[in-house]
Every structure is written in C-alpha cells, then in structure tokens.
Design a protein around this ligand. Structure first.
Ligand SMILES: [Zn+2]
Length: 772
C-alpha cells in the first residue's frame, strides 16, 4: 500500500513539474447563477476571477468539527467537478484560500454571504448549515473541467437565504424497498438542491419497513408481500415477493448521514389507514380481527386500525416512542390520510368509543371522522410529551384537529388555502404538481414536465399576509407503486427536483422560466458527472404547431438550451446533415415532422408530430359552446390543428366540455365539396368522461344562414366500457358544396344508471374535428 501511494505521489509531482515548465495552464470561468438561484448576486465583471489550484486552501475555524466536515465536502466537490485536489486546513492562509466562517449576527440562520476576489473566497453563514448552502452554491458555480483546465470563479458577491425554512422531499419505501446505500445517494441528491427535510414514508399497506422491538412481527410478517399487481387495473400478479426493512441501527445511520448534510429525516408511520401490513402482523388491531394479508395491490383499503380499541392506541404510542428514540426530528409524521370509515361504522368497539366520547355527526364532520381526530389527538399527546410536533396529511382537517398540527396539503392546490385559513402551519405538496411519480397529472415530457413544477405558486395570492406566513414549506414526493428501481426513481426526480428547489429556495419575484431553463444545462451536466439518471426527454426538441396563413401550419422547433436542431418532413430519421432549423416554417397537408437536437455530437431522442389534414385543418374556427375552464388550454384552434391526442386528457391535446356540447363552426376559406364530418373524442368513464350521444352537421355559404345536412344519434356508453379509449365518430352525408361548416357533438346528458356517479353530469373530451 505505502509503496504504491508513494509512486502515485511521485507521478503527480512529475506531472505538475511538466505543466509548470511548459506554459501557464488555461482557466475556465464558472457561473454564479446556479440552481436554486441565489437571492442576490453582484458580479464584478472587470475584476480578476479566483482561480482554483492545487495550492488553494480551504480554511475552517479550528475546533469546529462541522466546519471541518464542510471544508472536506467542498474539497471533494472541487475534486469531482474541477479535478483539482485542494488543501483543507484550520490555519488561516494569507491568500489563495477559501475561508469558511460562521457569523451569528446574520439574521437568517440558513443565510450566507459569499465574497469572491482574485485572492480569496469568503463564505460566511448564519450557522454551519448556512455555510453548507454557500458551499453548494460554490460547488454548482464551478465549471466542469475534469482537470483539463483550471476552474475559476467570477469576482463578485452573493447574499443568499432560503424563501422557505421547510424544503422537503418524500420517498415512499413502503410500496417498494430501497437499500440504505441507495437512500444515501438520494440524500446526496437532496443536498445538491439545498433540501433540508427527507420525509421517509416507512409504512404502507404493502410493507412495514422499520424494526420495532416491541412488535417484532411487524418486520417478521409485515415487511413481506408475496407478489405485486403488474399494472394499474390489471388482474395479473407478478408472482415475485417483495420484502425488506431497516433495522433501527440502519435507520440511525441514515439519520446520521443526512444530518452531516444538514438534512433532517422525518419518519412517517401512516395511521390509522394504510395499515394492512400492521393488521397482517397483529390482526387483533383491526375492527374485524382478520385474517388480513399484506397488500399485493395498490389503492385505499377498507381495513384500517380499529379506532375504538385501547390496544390500537397503545400500539401507536409504543411504535412512536421507539421511532422518536431513533429519529431526533422535530416533526413526527403520523399519516392520517385515506382512512375509509366503513369498518368503524360497523365496529362495536369503535361505536362504543364514539358514544363514550359523546361524538355526534355534524354537517362538516361525521362522528367517525371525529373519532379519527380524537385518536390522532391522543397520539399527538405522546408526540408533544417528547417535545416534538405532529405532522399529518390534509385529510386530518376533516376531523377538526388541534391547530398545533402541521398539515401537508396534498389532495389539491386549494387545500393549502383551506389549511392556512384554518390556522395550521402548512407544507405544500399538491398531487397535481409535486407528486413526481403520479402518471395522471405528470405524464408530461421534457420542458412541459419541468414547467409544470416551476410555474406552480406555493403561496396563493388570495391569502392574507398572516395566512401566507403559515405556508412554511414546499415538498416534492415520490410514491413507489410503479417505481421499483433507482433508475426510475431518478427519472421521476430529475430534472423536476431542480424546479422544485427554486420554489423552495429562490425569490418568487425573480421567477422566470426561460431564465431557469438557461441555467438548467449546467445542472444536467452535474447529474451526468455524478452518474444520476435524469429524464433525458428534457434534451429533446419541442415541436409547436399552430395555424398559419390559408390553411398552412406553422412549425416551431425549440430546445430548452437553444441547442442546434435538425429536422425532416418526409418521415425519415433526422441526422446532422438534415435541414438545420433556423426559424418557424410553414407546411401544408398530412405529413410527419421529425426533429432531433445534436449537442457536441451527442444526439437527443427524435421527437415527432404527425399532421393529419382534413379540409378543416388550420382553417379559422369559432366555438359557440364554452369549454370547461380547466380544460380549455389554447382554445378552439386545438380542435382543428391536425394533431391527435396523446392519451392524457390533461395534457392540452384535448378540450374538455362539462355537461355541454361541442359546437364549432369552421371557415374553409373557399367553397369545398364535402361528404363527411368527424369528431374524435376520448373516453374515460371512470373519470366521468363519456362519449357523444349525437352529431349534427350544418353548412352555409355566407356564414350566417346555415342548413342542416345530417344528424345521427349515438347510444350512451355501455356498462363495462374501458377507460382511456379514443373514439372516432363520423357522419356521412350526400356530397354538398359549402364554405362554412358547423359541427355539433352532443354531450352525454347525465351519467347512466350503471355508473357510480349515476345522474351526475358528464364530461366530453374532444381531440379533433374536421370534414372530408
Ligand atoms: Zn373498530
């Protein structure tokens, strides 16, 4: 060992001499505009930069172990990114140094100041954690040189602090288990984004993942399931067991690893719902006594912890006491979500407890929901007794909980408003924007997927200043029903976590998507450097197609980082010798446009759009009926843009009508012979989205007086109709000549008797209409 170490030192020394003898090494300048964007940056463009060399020393205050570790982190980042091994010392160097200091006079304990000149860099923070955030900024400001050139930092100052004190990220290990080593990598990813809370969702219907010494069966039985459903709505199972749990020592190791990176681990024990793994282990804790099985499917189950059994409460207290021994977190999350009350309504123990407590149904809160609030209140006592705070999902509001409960607002963006108005400290994590694993809301690609996160406003304008102050944080979540491995986890996280980190840290007044995207390339390059699997569709070309003149389509091709783009319109695969995109170009007629970005020889995936032309495509269109506000998107033109829907009715490729017909008139811009009209719809009966019940076609030559040329009835969808089915509805008629065509598609009046929402209004989602 010693010999080889000596040899490598000698080799390094020789290499250094060789450089000194030849020439001054080139430098590459970094960029202080990192992700998340610091609050204030002042660059001194004419001043000399700070150059990082092997002689550079990172100085930390003697005797401060946290600052020593901070210094070592920074040295390792510099080595990774710039390839330079700098020195770390507790002795102050006169020059060529990076000085780490704490300054207790700084008002924000997570805030830091950075001052960079040619001689030295000073990072001064309100705490050791704050210095760590300054280090992360410096880390990301470095150019990635891999030792080819010397890295330098522009002279200037940064004054920075976080917008929110709570910056969280959740990983669900209940549905699928992830190893301790991998969770450490995830924690590194969080640290790179200045996230300070790792919300560890430890228990689920599908698996209990943390050792509890007083209840050994939780891991003996509850951490195993025999198999897993293969896809949503499927009746097939994979016949592959899933198991795994963390010992208390392993959990403490995660806590320690995270704490070194100034990340607090919040444990979640989800109760009284989502407890099938518990009931399978201890059936006496359920209302019926079982038998129960660790869940092999996903969703919400009726079997939950009995709310009227003294043993259940004792169980909750015992588990949380062991949890609080492991986790020093000020917050303890006890779930409280998705707890159906069927069992409680029928359970003698639950009903006896309701009577004992004198609970009565009120218009806002059923007595069973109040029983849950009581149960949670009892649990909260044992949390508060140990100086901790209770954190729960927003369903807890249904039972009128104590104001001391901190609420995670997930079920919709509106709930954050309700929660803050009710007086609760609130953490914002709506399923619609910040559940990165949710396919329904987040089956978006590339820039639109990142933009959806970035454009979300955690603090609602309609709140008063006092209510706004109750929005204490923002969190992203990954639920692992369909996230079985680390690659998929990282695809779901990155790059959206970069957008999340700006919601959490940066000044909302400086929010600008283009500016963010301009800084994103470097962040992606860092992901590559660290071997993280970011979702590569961000690199792909975005194809925008809009109506041009006289039925032409105007095609715009773009990438988030303005990379060179090559394209074809004949369906062939684009290459570096295909047409290079310079500006929007017109096309007409059915065709396939394919485009690819090529960055330094590295090709993106191909993006393609197919235009399906009818006589109506890209012609002026007016809508006489109103689309639903939430599903209007770019307006009437999306109904005749020649572009097919993408199987996601929330994507903007369909227009949604709520209990309303689609009634559109198209100006063909000259008299045309026509004999067929069509309306393409999308059917998701499970989401109240039904099909047409009729079609009508009218024609006119002046756009004023129309005559009906055809109509037809269409039967209401039958029981058993599948979800996510495209439907092409046509109406043929005798050849006729006309310039204006009015096409009406009739919405299903009410949901039929077989549907769970029988009698309620239906949605109609329209993809495309046209005439031939
Ligand atoms: Zn019960």
């Amino acid at each position: 060992m010693k010999t080889s170490f000596f040899k490598s030192c000698t080799a390094a020394a020789l290499l250094f001499l060789a450089f000194s003898a030849c020439s001054q090494q080139e430098t590459t300048l970094g960029n202080l505009h990192v992700i998340p964007l610091p609050q204030e940056i002042t660059e001194q463009v004419t001043a000399n930069p700070f150059v990082i060399r092997t002689s550079t020393t990172i100085c930390y205050p003697e005797g401060n172990e946290k600052m020593k570790r901070n210094a070592e982190f920074l040295a390792s980042y510099i080595k990774e990114v710039a390839g330079t091994q700098v020195k770390v010392s507790s002795e102050t160097a006169a020059s060529n140094c990076i000085m780490l200091e704490t300054d207790t006079t700084l008002t924000n304990k997570e805030g830091y100041e950075m001052d960079i000149n040619a001689d030295r860099v000073i990072i001064k923070g309100g705490s050791e954690a704050a210095v760590f955030y300054g280090i992360q900024t410096l880390h990301k400001a470095l150019p990635i040189t891999n030792g080819q050139t010397l890295a330098s930092l522009p002279a200037g100052t940064i004054n920075d602090w976080p917008e929110f004190s709570y910056r969280g990220f959740l990983v669900d290990v209940g549905r699928h288990f992830f190893s301790v080593d991998y969770l450490k990598e995830v924690i590194d990813m969080l640290a790179l984004h200045n996230i300070n809370y790792f919300h560890w969702h430890l228990t689920e219907d599908q698996g209990w993942r943390i050792e509890i010494k007083k209840y050994p069966k939780l891991t003996e039985i509850g951490s195993h399931r025999k198999e897993t459903i293969v896809a949503p709505g499927s009746d097939q199972f994979d016949n592959t067991p899933v198991s795994g749990y963390y010992t208390q020592e392993e959990a403490k190791e995660i806590v320690r690893y995270a704490a070194e990176r100034y990340i607090t681990v919040i444990p979640e024990i989800d109760m009284p719902g989502h407890m099938l793994a518990t009931l399978a282990s201890y059936p006496e804790l359920g209302c019926t006594g079982g038998p129960y099985e660790v869940a092999t499917q996903f969703g919400v189950f009726t079997d939950v912890l009995c709310g009227g059994n003294e043993k259940s409460l004792q169980f909750a207290r015992d588990v949380l006491n062991e949890i609080m021994d492991i986790f020093p977190s000020p917050y303890i999350h006890i779930g409280g979500d998705e707890c159906p009350k069927e069992r409680w309504e029928a359970c003698p123990k639950c009903q006896a407890q309701i009577r004992k407590l004198g609970l009565k149904d009120t218009p806002e809160h059923s007595k069973e929901n109040q029983l849950q609030a009581w149960f949670m209140g009892e649990v909260e006592k044992s949390i508060v007794a140990r100086g901790r705070k209770m954190l729960a999902w927003d369903e807890i509001l249904e039972g009128n909980p104590a104001k001391s409960t901190t609420v995670m607002a997930w079920t919709s963006p509106n709930v954050r408003i309700k929660s803050a108005r009710l007086g609760h400290n609130t953490i914002v994590c709506p399923i619609t924007h910040l559940y990165f694993s949710n396919p329904g809301y987040n089956r978006l690609k590339g820039v639109s997927s990142v933009a959806r996160v970035y454009n979300f406003e955690p603090v609602a304008d309609e709140l008063t200043p006092e209510e706004k102050a109750r929005i204490i944080g923002v969190q992203g979540c990954i639920w692992t029903e369909w996230t079985k491995d680390s690659v998929k986890m990282e695809w779901q996280m990155m790059p959206r976590i970069a957008a999340l980190s700006e919601l959490q840290w940066s000044n909302p007044k400086q929010k600008n998507l283009d500016n963010f995207l301009g800084r994103l390339r470097h962040q992606l390059d860092l992901y590559v450097l660290y071997g993280y699997h970011y979702k590569q569709d961000i690199d792909n070309v975005t194809i925008d197609i809009n109506a041009g003149e006289n039925g032409q389509a105007l095609v715009t091709l773009s990438t988030f980082d303005n990379a060179p783009v090559f394209y074809t319109t004949d369906g062939s695969e684009p290459t570096a010798s295909s047409a290079a995109y310079t500006e929007p170009f017109p096309v007409q007629g059915s065709q396939t446009i394919k485009a690819k970005a090529i960055r330094n020889g590295r090709e993106s995936e191909t993006t393609e759009e197919t235009l399906n032309y009818s006589l109506a495509t890209m012609r002026p269109i007016t809508l006489a009926s109103e689309a639903d506000k939430g599903y209007t998107f770019k307006g009437a033109t999306l109904l005749n843009d020649g572009l097919k829907g993408d199987g996601n009715y929330r994507s903007g490729r369909y227009m949604g009508f709520y209990s309303n017909n689609v009634d559109a008139t198209i100006d063909l811009q000259s008299e045309q012979e026509i004999s067929e009209a069509f309306i393409d719809t999308y059917l998701v009966p499970g989401d109240y989205i039904f099909g047409l019940t009729g079609m009508e076609v009218y024609v006119s030559n002046d756009g004023k007086s129309f005559s009906k040329v055809a109509s037809r009835q269409i039967p209401v969808l039958e029981k058993g109709s599948k979800n996510n089915v495209p439907c092409h509805n046509t109406l043929a008629f005798d050849k006729t000549k006309a310039r204006y065509v009015r096409i009406v598609g009739k919405c299903t009046p009410t949901l039929p008797a077989w549907h769970s929402g029988a009698g309620k209004k239906a949605f109609l989602f329209v993809d495309e209409i046209g005439v031939n």
